[in-house]
Design a protein around this ligand. Structure first.
Ligand SMILES: Cc1ncc(COP(=O)(O)O)c(C=O)c1O
Length: 496
């Protein structure tokens, strides 16, 4: 092939390469594209670097580096001296079809499972503002203390903390075991504690280690969409069991087709805030023992109780080792930390530790070391205590303002603990449409229907987070929201 033609071809390809990339990379990409498009077929002799660099008006080294990269990746054979030729191996590969892009709602190429995960899409990109539920106030975090602890452990003398962490950071597990003993009446050894990157990973690990594809799993209805999606992604047959005032309320028929695993939030059901009654706790434990089911206890924000101490765990009540306890630092510290912990029954410790290491490879030891000291030196409990006060004030402002404006047309569920509360409507309000209208007015709320697996059962309501909203912004946002709610209540009344 004539060198002049090759130069022209490359000039065209070079013009199409993204600006901002180094010239040698653009030259490499231009040559590669010409080869992949078949414009420089296998066996083509490329011009020498000296002449090509002169013709393209660039330094010889630039062309040399591009040729070296093509050679290293197998696009050309022979380097310089004897001439460089487009690799004969490309003959067999054939032309690359233009890549299909997965955009918008197109799901081609995904597995059935992948398609379901992509379709589930319940998490929100919005993580700020009145009244996004589930988010703590990150501005009030004790930055200076945390920064000091991080820098104490992030230094050459502690370089072992940058390695893979097999089994988590020992002193953190000791600190957590002690903390759980004092605050949750849980007796466990540090050995039983696994450190993970968030509760989703804990649920995923339980699903993989304790269930097989197609096994039945129970979740609460309404319930946390995150656990639902993780269990479904594990190929489980997920059934949602409705709640009553005492928490999850399986019927005798439900127990006749028991689950292999169930995911509960006994201390403060998400999102309703209902506490699992003692009677129901004992029933669930007894039935789980009878039918060999495992219970995942999702204890995500039990520390933040506004009227009493954290409730004792289901794990602590169980004498039969059927409960796996999951705690998270997302609500009491900050969600981006991505640290959670699970306490597994003694008999599962070895298998779960191996599973965790094999599936996920552990790390984050610097964060874990900082957290261990944060807990041991009392900063953790002090922070929780302080945030509890701040959150309680914010909850009260919200209840006061919305109570005054909406009165008896709504009922409140939850709010005794945690970062959010639910407003329920007796009228047949379309809560998703209401949430969309509120968003258009700058107020973020999550419709209660989002938390139902079977939307036909859903009771209309709104899940409102108050914790991350500065005191002075709560009333103005509540006033806007009340207006939207009143509108929708009127509409529902007219529909009749
Ligand atoms: C009930 C419940 N469990 C668990 C989580 C997630 O916790 P993590 O950040 O540890 O994955 C959330 C987050 O909103 C939640 O609402």
């Amino acid at each position: 092939m004539d060198n002049r033609l090759i130069v022209e071809l490359l000039q065209q390809h070079l013009a199409r390469q993204p600006e901002g990339l180094m010239l040698r990379i653009r030259t490499f990409l231009a040559l590669r594209q010409a080869i992949l498009d078949g414009q420089l077929p296998p066996g083509t002799r490329l011009p020498g670097t000296r002449s090509l660099s002169r013709d393209l008006g660039m330094g010889r080294n630039t062309v040399l580096r591009a040729y070296e990269q093509l050679f290293a990746e197998g696009y050309i054979e022979g380097l310089i001296g004897d001439g460089s030729y487009v690799s004969e191996a490309l003959q067999r590969v054939g032309r690359h079809p233009p890549p299909k892009r997965l955009v918008g709602t197109r799901r081609e190429g995904l597995s059935r499972r992948g398609g379901e995960i992509a379709a589930a899409s319940s998490s929100s990109r919005i993580q700020r503002g009145a009244f996004m539920p589930g988010v703590p106030d990150t501005e009030s975090f004790p930055f200076a203390i945390w920064r000091r602890l991080l820098s104490k452990y992030f230094q050459p003398a502690q370089s072992h903390l940058l390695q893979y962490a097999h089994g988590g950071y020992g002193p953190l597990k000791v600190a957590l075991a002690e903390y759980l003993h004092v605050t949750r009446m849980m007796k466990c050894s540090p050995r039983q504690i696994l450190i993970l990157n968030g509760s989703h990973q804990a649920v995923d690990l339980c699903a993989r280690m304790l269930t097989d594809h197609g096994d039945r799993a129970w979740i609460e209805e309404p319930g946390y969409w995150g656990s639902r999606n993780v269990l479904r992604a594990a190929g489980l047959d997920v059934r949602a069991i409705p709640l009553d005032a005492g928490g999850i309320a399986p019927t005798p028929e439900d127990w006749e087709a028991p689950p292999r695993i169930m995911c509960l939030s006994p201390s403060s059901q998400y999102p309703t805030g209902v506490v699992l009654s003692l009677e129901r706790r004992l029933e669930v434990l007894e039935q789980a023992e009878r039918c060999g089911a495992w219970i995942i206890e999702d204890d995500y924000d039990n520390e933040l109780r506004y009227h009493n101490q954290p409730l004792a765990s289901l794990f602590g009540l169980s004498r039969t080792q059927r409960v796996i306890y999951v705690g998270t630092l997302s609500k009491v510290m900050f969600p981006g930390l991505r640290l959670s912990y699970m306490v597994v029954p003694e008999d599962l410790v070895d298998a779960f530790s191996i599973g965790n290491a094999e599936l996920f490879r552990e790390g984050r030891m610097v964060d874990q070391a900082a957290l261990a000291e944060f807990i041991d030196s009392g900063h953790f409990t002090a922070h929780i205590k302080r945030m509890r006060g701040i959150y309680r004030t914010r909850r009260d402002i919200l209840l006061d303002e919305l109570g005054a404006r909406l009165g008896n047309s709504v009922r409140v569920s939850g709010g005794h603990a945690g970062l959010q509360l639910v407003y329920l409507f007796d009228a047949p309000v379309d809560d998703a449409a209401l949430a969309a209208d509120a968003l258009a007015d700058g107020v973020v709320v999550r419709p209660l229907s989002l938390y139902y697996m079977d939307r036909s059962r859903s009771e209309p309501g709104l899940n409102l987070g108050f914790a991350a909203v500065p005191d002075e912004l709560i009333r103005p946002a509540a006033i806007k929201l009340a207006r939207v709610v009143e509108n929708h209540l009127d509409r529902a009344a007219r529909r009749g």
